[in-house]
Design a binder for this molecule. Structure first.
Ligand SMILES: Cc1ncc(COP(=O)(O)O)c(C=O)c1O
Length: 346
């Protein structure tokens, strides 16, 4: 089946007389003598979301309290001594890795993810390679199949953060990754109303270690969050296809705009970063003047959001005038009209 159909149909009850959607099961405890406690065995509500995301990514999923819960849970599960990771990966991930490094729990090799030869050169002796389908916020793309093949030769596992591409645009497990992680907070949930994370793998042993990681660390998702994330997931394909089509149109228009210096787009998905000639002042003014586009930090919702990223210490390496935009499902001409009135003239 096509991903759009999987997103709609996976993770549903199938018995006659059952509801079409698994209900919100609010339970820490289950009757019986088997020690069935939800932190360990999960709940039917988490399971439904895990079944659907697992089917979409082509593996089995474990849900976590947030995207960072999934990222830290995956590191815990794989327990690398040496990690290769893009020097411009998501700043939350760099924070986590820096903490582990400071505690001497991890040796870190920072690489330029778009430079496949440099990534491969950093592999000998590494246990895990961490990639993002498009880096946040510079939107650089790694050659996953080439890196995964080289990693397999040295016995390293590849983890791919697929938050930006979503399984509608990329399926890294089919390209050689062992684990895919998501901030389900973003496109999977799709409505900016929850925090959740997911880790998906094709390896049964890694799946068991991910479950155990959630159990011992207690990074469990909320029942309502899991329910809402699955409800959001039902429309993932529609939202991503619409956002992607609009993003591609906006990329063309932004490239022709006299105030825009550079436009970054990975070629798929709904994320676009663009740099204003007027630098930080022009980018801040654009965020303040926008009416339809929401000036906000998160992404992947039905609403278009944008943010100047260099204001964060963790993203001080990006151009001062860079705006990262998550294109929502509004009409593309309305988004464009809003940008036109908000971007200061040069
Ligand atoms: C690429 C990426 N991975 C992981 C995360 C962390 O997700 P969460 O905020 O749900 O913990 C984010 C959050 O912005 C992200 O952009």
């Amino acid at each position: 089946m096509h991903p759009a159909s999987v997103a709609v149909s996976a993770g549903r009850p199938t018995g006659v007389g059952e509801p079409l959607n698994h209900p919100v099961v609010l339970a820490s405890n289950f009757r019986g003598e088997a020690g069935d406690y939800s932190r360990w065995i999960g709940t039917p509500t988490w399971q439904a979301l895990e079944d659907a995301v697992g089917a979409l990514e082509g593996g089995t999923a474990v849900s976590f309290a947030s995207g960072m819960g999934a990222c830290s849970g995956t590191l815990f599960a794989l327990a690398p001594r040496v990690l290769v990771i893009p020097s411009n990966s998501y700043m939350g991930m760099r924070d986590l890795v820096a903490e582990l490094q400071a505690h001497q729990l991890l040796e870190v090799r920072w690489v330029d993810t778009a430079d496949t030869a440099a990534v491969i050169a950093a592999l000998p002796g590494a246990d895990v390679v961490w990639l993002e389908t498009a880096t946040n916020p510079l939107l650089e793309v790694a050659d996953i199949p080439a890196i995964a093949a080289a990693a397999a030769e040295v016995g390293a596992k590849v983890v791919v953060d697929n938050t930006f591409a979503t399984p509608i645009c990329r399926r890294p497990l089919s390209e050689g990754a062992t684990v895919v992680v998501h901030s389900g907070t973003k496109f999977i949930g799709g409505h900016s109303d929850l925090l959740i994370g997911l880790a998906i793998t094709t390896d049964p042993e890694v799946h068991e270690r991910l479950r155990r990681s959630r159990h011992v660390n207690g990074t469990t998702p909320g029942a309502m969050e899991a329910f809402l994330a699955l409800r959001g997931l039902r429309t993932l394909a529609l939202r991503v296809e619409r956002g992607e089509a609009s993003a591609q149109a906006l990329v063309q228009r932004l490239r022709a705009h006299p105030a825009v210096d550079d436009v970054r787009y990975p070629g798929f998905g709904a994320m676009v970063s663009f740099v204003l000639r007027g630098g930080a002042a022009a980018a801040d003014a654009t965020c303040r003047a926008a009416r339809l586009v929401v000036a906000a930090t998160s992404l992947g919702g039905v609403e278009t959001t944008m943010e100047r990223r260099q204001k964060y210490a963790g993203d001080s390496h990006v151009p001062p005038g860079l705006l990262r935009m998550s294109v929502g499902i509004e009409h593309v001409d309305d988004i464009w009209d809003d940008l036109l009135q908000a971007i200061p003239a040069v």
